[in-house]
Write a protein that binds this ligand. Structure first.
Ligand code: BGC
Length: 249
């Protein structure tokens, strides 16, 4: 096994993606494998997807890293907004050791996407308080202070209007409500202004698939803090997961 290659898996509310990553270069050295997140996304069903993916990538019996759409503390899943509630309280490391016989290291998906962006993307070498906001099924956030992660910052769950921020400004909200780029962009701007007021970051990166379409809504983002699209787009979660596992040893 090449010690610079690690499997990274990114579990989202919609899809589960994985690839082998060269952790020195931050690039994929295999195809990207993608499965739909099972409708009933309980541990048993999601484990089956992991098994398939590990087989597809010929990675049986080896350690891997995984970004999960939840608060993760010491490899324990502590919340479940866009995944089955039965994950809450699951000791992820123990479960995967028992079921697959391998060491699996978990982190919050947005924290890991931010980690990848800091290592290989536009955050490389940047000091200060940097915030990556991922816009997908939910809204995730990864905050770095002078290149050090402050884990489990959950801006998507700030109270907003009748519920929480992610129900108005995630990419899923845009699609579900069939919002124009202008309407969604203005909503996103309000949400980012709210986040700006609470956290005061020096720079905001936008991640998730919709960051590829930044030019469609850029003009509506009029907040004071500079906002830029992340460079690694939707591969960041996989790369960050591989980095986490590699660093966990
Ligand atoms: C979860 C976060 C996660 C984000 C993106 C939110 O609903 O609470 O932990 O990072 O979705 O998946």
């Amino acid at each position: 096994m090449d010690k610079n290659v690690m499997l990274g898996i990114d579990v989202g509310g919609t899809g589960i993606k994985g690839a082998l990553v060269d952790i020195k270069k931050g690039v994929f050295v295999s195809d990207k494998v993608k499965y739909k997140t099972p409708k009933e996304s309980d541990p048993k069903a999601v484990l089956e997807v992991f098994k398939k993916m590990i087989k597809d990538l010929d990675w049986e019996g080896k350690p891997f890293g995984c970004g999960f759409p939840s608060i993760i503390k010491n490899n324990v899943c502590c919340s479940a907004a866009n995944i089955d509630k039965r994950w809450i309280g699951v000791k992820l490391g123990e479960l995967f050791k028992k079921e697959l016989g391998v060491k699996a290291t978990f982190g919050n998906d947005a924290d890991l996407a931010a980690l990848a962006e800091m290592r290989f993307g536009k955050g490389k070498g940047k000091m200060g308080k940097l915030l990556l906001v991922t816009l997908g099924t939910g809204i995730g956030s990864g905050m770095f202070m002078d290149q050090k992660l402050i884990p489990n910052v959950e801006v998507g769950h700030l109270h907003y209007k009748k519920s929480i921020v992610e129900h108005y400004a995630s990419n899923k909200a845009r699609e579900d409500k069939d919002l124009s780029w202008e309407d969604w962009g203005k909503e996103l701007n309000k949400v980012l202004e709210y986040i700006e007021f609470i956290l005061n970051p020096d720079l905001i990166f936008l991640g998730g698939g919709v960051s590829k379409k930044f030019k469609n809504y850029k003009e509506y983002l009029t907040l004071d803090t500079k906002v830029i699209p992340a460079e690694l787009l939707n591969n960041a979660g996989i790369i960050g997961a591989a980095l986490l596992a590699h660093e966990a040893g």
